[in-house]
Design a binder for this molecule. Structure first.
Ligand SMILES: Nc1nc2c(c(=O)[nH]1)N[C@H]1C(S)=C(S)[C@@H](COP(=O)(O)O)O[C@H]1N2
Ligand SMILES: [Mo]
Length: 408
C-alpha cells in the first residue's frame, strides 16, 4: 500500500462514522441447499448487511455469513464485500469512532503506550501479506458423526492481501520484559454479560509466534479499508492459524507471563492433542489443547457430484488450495478413486499463507462413473487425509474432497 492510498484509507475511515450498521433489513427468499441434513440456507441480497454482497445466512445476531462458493472458488483473493463474517457476541459493533479509537500496548513491558489509527498507519513500516482467514469450524456440516455448532459448508474461509504493521515492531517499542510468555489480544466490542470474562472477545498467542514478524495488526484488506464486519479499523492477522486468533476491532495488546485462563482459551476452541486433532467419538481421557495451526486443504471450483463430461473432450478441472501453517508443495488429482495420483498445474504463488489456484486438463477416455479426488500436500509431507479426523467441536475438518462424475 502506498502512502497516498494509506492517506485515502484514513480519510475513508474517518467518513465512515456510525455507518448505519443496525439496519439489517431482511428481504428476498432465495435459498441454497448444502449437501447434508438440514442443509437449506437463506441467501440474503447485497446490502442486507453493511458493505456486504449476497451472502449465505447462517445466523443474524451475531452475524454468521458464509461466502457463496461461486465467488470463493473462482478468486485467489476473496472480494471484501463477499468475505465471510463471524462474530461471537450477540451485539455486533454498529459504531466506530475513528478519532477516539486507540490500541493500547501494555502489560509485562518496560514502556507501555497507546496508538491512534493514524499513528499505527504512519509511525511504522507496514507490510502486505496474503493469508487465508479460516474459521476453526469451517466445513463442520460435513463432519460425521454430526456435532453441534454452526453447520458451515466450505465458505467459512476467505483470502485477502492484508496491509498492516508487524506486531514485532509494536512489541519492540513497548520493550517486553524477560519472562514474557504470551500476548493477549482484546477487542473493542463490549456487551453486557453476567460473566465478566464474556463481555469481550479475548485471545492469547504464545510470545514467540506473536513476535515472528508475520503476525500483523492489519488496517487494509485487498488494497481498501476493511469492512466493519471484518474488524475495521484494525484486526490481528495470525497467518497459518485458525481465525479464532484473528481478533477484530483490536483495542488491547497485553504482554503476559501466562496463557490466559479465560473462557476463550480455557473452554472454547480446544482440540485433542493429536496430530490432526482427531479422536474417536465417545473416547475418554483425551487431552485437549487450544487449537492453533491450520492443516492443508483443497477444493474443487468447477466440478460437482453428478457432473457429466463428454468422452474425448478436454475439460479443465479447476480448484483452490492452501497449505495451512506450512507451505503447500503440491496439489494432486486422482481420477480413479484414489488408486493413482497426478500433479495439477499450480497458479501464481502469492505467499505461503494464501490461496493457490490449481488446474488439470482431463480428457475422459471411456464412458462410465469416475471418482475424482483432490489432495494437497504441504511441507514436511503433511497430506490431506481421505477421511477427516473427528473431534466434538467439529474443528480442523480437512478431508480430501471427492466428486462422483459421469463420463460419456
Ligand atoms: N472482536 C472479535 N474478533 C473475532 C471474533 C469475534 O467474535 N470478535 N471471532 C473470531 C472468529 S472465531 C472468527 S472465525 C473470525 C472471523 O473473521 P471475519 O468475520 O473477518 O471473517 O474472527 C475472529 N475474531
Ligand atoms: Mo471461528
Amino acid at each position: 500500500m502506498t502512502d497516498r492510498s494509506r492517506r485515502q484509507l484514513l480519510q475513508a475511515l474517518a467518513g465512515l462514522g456510525a455507518a448505519g450498521l443496525a439496519g439489517c433489513e431482511r428481504g428476498g427468499n432465495k435459498t441454497t441447499t448444502f449437501p447434508f441434513e438440514n442443509g437449506t440456507r437463506e441467501i440474503v441480497p447485497a446490502g442486507t448487511f453493511p458493505e456486504k454482497a449476497e451472502m449465505i445466512l447462517q445466523r443474524t445476531r451475531p452475524p454468521l455469513l458464509e461466502t457463496p462458493w461461486s465467488v470463493l472458488g473462482n478468486n485467489v483473493f476473496t472480494p471484501n464485500e463477499s468475505f465471510f463474517v463471524r462474530w461471537h457476541l450477540a451485539d455486533f459493533p454498529t459504531d466506530i469512532d475513528i478519532d477516539t479509537y486507540r490500541v493500547r500496548v501494555f502489560g509485562h513491558v518496560e514502556a507501555p503506550y497507546e496508538l491512534s489509527l493514524q499513528q499505527l498507519m504512519e509511525g511504522f513500516q507496514p507490510i502486505d501479506l496474503a493469508a487465508v482467514n479460516q474459521c476453526s469450524g469451517n466445513s463442520r456440516g460435513r463432519v460425521t458423526p454430526r456435532v453441534p455448532g454452526a453447520q458451515w459448508l466450505d465458505g467459512a474461509m476467505s483470502n485477502a492481501m492484508w496491509t498492516g504493521v508487524p506486531l514485532s515492531q509494536l512489541l519492540a517499542q513497548a520493550k517486553p520484559l524477560p519472562g514474557a510468555t504470551h500476548v493477549a489480544f482484546r477487542s473493542q466490542e463490549r456487551i453486557v454479560s453476567m460473566f465478566p470474562s464474556r463481555d469481550l472477545y479475548e485471545k492469547y498467542v504464545p510470545f514467540a509466534k506473536a513476535n515472528d514478524g508475520e503476525v500483523i495488526v492489519a488496517y487494509g484488506m485487498n488494497g481498501a479499508q476493511m469492512p466493519v464486519l471484518n474488524g475495521s479499523p484494525a484486526r490481528l492477522i495470525v497467518p497459518g492459524w485458525y481465525s479464532t486468533y484473528w481478533v477484530k476491532m483490536l483495542s488491547e495488546i497485553e504482554v503476559t507471563t501466562h496463557p490466559g485462563p479465560n473462557l476463550w482459551m480455557a473452554d472454547a476452541y480446544k482440540v485433542p492433542n493429536t496430530p490432526n486433532g482427531g479422536m474417536k467419538p465417545g473416547e475418554t481421557g483425551v487431552e485437549f489443547v487450544p487449537i492453533s495451526a491450520m492443516n492443508p486443504r483443497s477444493f474443487f471450483s468447477n466440478l460437482e457430484d453428478g457432473a457429466r463430461l463428454p468422452v474425448g473432450q478436454p475439460f479443465e478441472i479447476r480448484g483452490l488450495a492452501f497449505g495451512g501453517e506450512a507451505a503447500l508443495t503440491s496439489v494432486d488429482l486422482s481420477l480413479d478413486g484414489g488408486v493413482s495420483w497426478r500433479p495439477t498445474k499450480l497458479g501464481k504463488d502469492w505467499g505461503k499463507y494464501g490461496f493457490r489456484l490449481w488446474s488439470f486438463t482431463y480428457t475422459p477416455q471411456h464412458a462410465g462413473k469416475t471418482t475424482v479426488i483432490a489432495r494437497t500436500t504441504a511441507e514436511k509431507g503433511e497430506e490431506q487425509p481421505m477421511v477427516a479426523a473427528w473431534n466434538p467441536g467439529g474443528f480442523m475438518y480437512n478431508a480430501a474432497p471427492r466428486v462422483s462424475i459421469l463420463t460419456g
